[in-house]
Design a protein around this ligand. Structure first.
Ligand code: MRU
Length: 346
C-alpha cells in the first residue's frame, strides 16, 4: 500500500519526509521531498499535505528534521522544542498535529540524558512506527465502520478523509473501502467541498481509482438527494473531537449533519482516538482556522467576484454531538456522549 507521507531514511540519523503533493491532484500525481523545518511548515500550511492524520505524521517528521538541523547545537532540546511549536502553529484545528508533535517531544524528554545522535535515531524510529500504526488504525476503523453499511448503500461524504488524508486507507473512506471489499454494489456521493475542492479533486480521484461507483455533487445538493431517498448514510472524518462528542470537520459538515437529521439518515464520524482532544469538554473550545480570502474569490487563477465584497473563510465547522449517530474509532463505534470512555483510567 503506497504511503501518502513517509520518512525516507538515509541513515540512522539522517533522512527526509516524502509526500504526495495534494495541491496538484488530479492534474498531476507527484511526490515532493521535504528536507527542512521551514519547508515542512510551508507544506502543511499550503496543504501539500493535509487531512488530520496525515498532518500529524508531517508534524512528527518535522520534529525529526528539527533534531537533524540542530544536532550539533549545545541547546539542542530547547531549539527543537521551539521549532516544534512553530510547526504546530501551521494549522490550528486538527489536533493530530499537536498530538504527534507532543509524542515526539515526550520521547525527547524521556531520553534527554542521551547523545543528540541517539535521540535523532529514536525520533526517526518513532516517526516510522507512527506511520505504520496509522495504517493499522485506519484498517480497524474500516472494519468496524463496514458493519454499519447496509448492502448496496449509497454513502455521502464530505471533504477527503481518505488515503490521502492519512498515511494510507483513510478514515471515512477507509470505511467505504472496507465495505467495498465485501459488497461491490455500494456507491458514494462525494461533496465538492468548496473552497479547496478536496471532495472533487481528491475523494473522486481516490475512489474511482479503486473502481468504486462515485458521484460528484456540489455542496448545496446534499439535502435534495436525501429528500429523494438517494442517500442511506453519511460518513465524514474529523479534525478535532471534544470529550462530549462535538466534532470539528471541514466547513459544510455541520450543514450536512442537520440535513441528515431532518431526513432520518444516520450521520457518522470516522476518526482515530488521536483526533479526540481530551483536554476540551465541548466543541466551543475548538479553534477554527481562518484561511485567506483568495481561496474563495479566485477560481482557476481568475476572480469570481468584485474585490469590493467582504469575504470570510473558516476552514472548519463544529457539528454538535446530538446530530451524530456514532463515532467510528479503532476501538469500536461509540455514541458521541460515550466517547469520553476512551480516556477513562488513562
Ligand atoms: O483542510 P483539510 O483538507 O486538511 O481538512 C481535512 C478534513 O476536514 C478531513 O475531513 C479531516 O481532516 C479528516 S481526515 C481523515
Amino acid at each position: 500500500m503506497e504511503k501518502t507521507i513517509e520518512w525516507i531514511k538515509t541513515s540512522d540519523t539522517t533522512g527526509y519526509s516524502r509526500m504526495i503533493d495534494q495541491t496538484i491532484i488530479p492534474y498531476e500525481y507527484k511526490k515532493v521531498d521535504i528536507k527542512t523545518v521551514s519547508d515542512m511548515y510551508d507544506a502543511i500550511k499550503t496543504m501539500i499535505v493535509r487531512g488530520a492524520p496525515a498532518i500529524g505524521i508531517a508534524g512528527a517528521h518535522g520534529v525529526v528534521l528539527s533534531a537533524i538541523e540542530n544536532a550539533e547545537e549545545s541547546d539542542f532540546i530547547e531549539k527543537v522544542k521551539k521549532q516544534a511549536q512553530y510547526i504546530n502553529s501551521s494549522r490550528p484545528t486538527a489536533v493530530n498535529l499537536n498530538w504527534a508533535i507532543q509524542k515526539q517531544l515526550d520521547l525527547i524528554e524521556e531520553n534527554k540524558e542521551k547523545e543528540n545522535k541517539e535521540i535523532i535515531k529514536l525520533l526517526t524510529e518513532n516517526a516510522i512506527k507512527m506511520e505504520d500504526e496509522d495504517i493499522e488504525i485506519n484498517k480497524k476503523i474500516g472494519e468496524y465502520g463496514a458493519t454499519i453499511i447496509p448492502k448496496g448503500a449509497t454513502i455521502q461524504t464530505h471533504c477527503n478523509a481518505g488515503a490521502l488524508a492519512t498515511v494510507a486507507w483513510g478514515t471515512a473512506l477507509g470505511v467505504v473501502r472496507s465495505a467495498y471489499e465485501k459488497d461491490k454494489t455500494i456507491k458514494v456521493f462525494a461533496d465538492e467541498t468548496r473552497p479547496r475542492g478536496q471532495g472533487a479533486r481528491l475523494t473522486t480521484y481516490e475512489l474511482t481509482r479503486d473502481g468504486i461507483d462515485t458521484t460528484l455533487i456540489t455542496d448545496g445538493m446534499g439535502a435534495h438527494f436525501m429528500k429523494k431517498g438517494m442517500i442511506d448514510v453519511v460518513i465524514t472524518g474529523a479534525d478535532r473531537i471534544a470529550l462530549n462528542g462535538d466534532s470539528a470537520n471541514k466547513i459544510g459538515t455541520y450543514m450536512l449533519a442537520i440535513a441528515a437529521k431532518y431526513h432520518n439518515i444516520p450521520f457518522y464520524i470516522a476518526a482515530p482516538k488521536s483526533t479526540i482532544d481530551s483536554s476540551i469538554k465541548t466543541g466551543d473550545e475548538i479553534v477554527i482556522e481562518l484561511r485567506n480570502k483568495e481561496e474563495v474569490t479566485i477560481v482557476n487563477d481568475k476572480p469570481i467576484c468584485t474585490d469590493k465584497v467582504n469575504v470570510i473563510n473558516p476552514s472548519f465547522d463544529v457539528t454538535p454531538a446530538e446530530l451524530i449517530t456514532g463515532i467510528i474509532t479503532e476501538y469500536g463505534i461509540f455514541k458521541p456522549d460515550e466517547i469520553y470512555k476512551l480516556f477513562e483510567d488513562k
